[in-house]
Design a protein around this ligand. Structure first.
Ligand code: ASP
Ligand code: MG
Length: 416
């Protein structure tokens, strides 16, 4: 007997037929003797529609009322799945965020989950009742409904798994796992059987869209083993595969990964923009004068490159911001040109950040050099570089995205 959380995304519950299919997956686990909590998203397209209705009602609207509106999508699917399960003879009931309660902070529209008391859920599921939980929603300190930000039901599922001490959190989605890179760009991309939490966190933050970044953070902090699999699998197919799991990817502690590759995956993020400030005074306090105002404006700065000035007087600073923040960042900097004192500001929107990720890099030298050589051989110019213990990121012109990703994918032996 195991205790499981099963999470189903929007495409998996897009209509009643799909919901019936989900119910068969749930029933299979119940019949196998497991204790089951299910977390559901809204039917595909519903959240977009609800967000849009709020915007049409008033472009600037009360975030608390936005939450009241958009949380309704998950209320519908949790109730519908409970009905379908009951119809199939499975003991089930729906739970809304406030009933658990799933406590969050007061940041309506982008709330963060706080403490969840899993006692009531544990009591019910250990009596054999399936808990069908509305994902994406919680209750704020003002006792009003909150939502977790788009894609938030992944995070709901991992948080519930941590709160009820589940053995595993199964994320059923429209792909059958996590790949070495985006298979639409590299057809030889392979599904990974296992990925370490840290690697998945990098991959999710750096552009792989399978899981919400926060859900991976949460899984890593609480050690929730998370399994990504396809909801399109036949629910009645024998559940065999690595360690008795069907095809999919297990995100787990690195100790659970026996055959560790040096490089696990190549991720890329297209929504980056580059800004370079020329002839900035080379003296203490300048970096703060540049990045302080950007932080105050809530603009996330990512890669930063600063040169040592040849004459000891001025230097150049290059950094990246999300493409959506580019105009705002330029404005903030222009306003400070006088006070900070710099020459030209240059920018480029058509850039992409390509990253090579793998925990094996910690113990292998030369991985970065290999990457630079590979890109050079293809004539791809690198605009900026950042590294951490387990990743190397390069900023290049977006026209070369596919070439760069393909080149690195085969260079590190990831082609299947
Ligand atoms: N329905 C919400 C959204 O579309 C939450 C989710 O699906 O994860 O963002
Ligand atoms: Mg999703």
């Amino acid at each position: 007997m195991a205790r499981l959380v099963l999470k189903f995304g929007g495409t998996s519950v897009a209509n009643l037929d799909r919901i019936r299919n989900v119910a068969r997956h749930v029933k299979r686990e119940v019949d196998a003797g497991h204790q089951v909590a299910v977390v559901v998203s809204a039917m595909a397209g519903q959240t977009n529609m609800l967000v849009d209705l709020c915007r049409q009602a008033a472009p600037l609207h009360d975030a608390r009322e936005y939450d009241a509106v958009v949380a309704s999508g998950e209320q519908v699917t949790s109730g519908l799945l409970a009905i379908v399960l009951q119809e199939m003879g499975v003991n089930a009931r729906s739970w809304q965020g406030w009933q658990i309660p799933m406590r969050t902070d007061g940041a309506h529209g982008a709330a963060r989950i706080g403490e969840i008391d899993g006692e009531r859920l544990i009591e019910r599921i250990s009596q054999g009742q399936v808990a069908v939980i509305a994902g994406f929603q919680g209750v704020a300190p003002d006792n009003r409904i909150s939502t977790l930000g788009r894609g938030g039901s992944d995070t709901s599922a991992v948080a519930i798994a941590a709160a009820i001490k589940a053995d595993r959190c199964d994320i059923y989605t429209d792909v059958d796992g996590v790949y070495t890179t985006d298979p639409r760009i590299v057809p030889t991309a392979r599904r990974l059987d296992r990925v370490a939490f840290e690697e998945m966190l990098e991959m999710a933050s750096l552009g792989a869209k399978v899981l919400q970044v926060r859900s991976v953070e949460m899984a890593m902090v609480h050690g929730v083993r998370t399994f990504v699999r396809s909801s399109f699998d036949d629910p009645d197919a024998p559940q065999t595969g690595i360690g008795n799991l069907p095809p999919g990817t297990l995100i787990c502690d690195e100790d659970e990964i026996v055959e560790q590759q040096v490089v696990t995956g190549i991720a890329f993020a297209k929504d980056e923009a580059q800004i370079s400030i020329r002839n900035v005074a080379d003296k203490p306090g300048v970096a703060h004068a540049v990045f302080g105002p950007l932080a105050e404006a809530n603009i996330n700065v990512d890669m930063i490159v600063q040169n040592i000035s040849p004459d000891g007087k001025t230097t150049d600073i290059t950094f990246t911001v999300p493409e959506t923040e580019y105009d705002r960042a330029m404005k903030v900097l222009e306003e400070r040109r006088e006070s900070v004192g710099f020459g030209a500001i240059e920018g480029a929107r058509n850039v992409v950040k390509v990253s090579v990720i793998g925990i094996g890099m910690r113990s292998h030298a030369g991985i970065a050099a290999q990457c630079f050589r590979g890109l050079a051989e293809k004539g791809i110019n690198i605009r900026a570089i950042t590294t951490s213990e387990i990743k190397i990121s390069v900023l290049i012109d977006s026209a070369y995205t596919e070439l760069a990703v393909r080149t690195l994918h085969s260079l590190y032996g990831l082609d299947g």
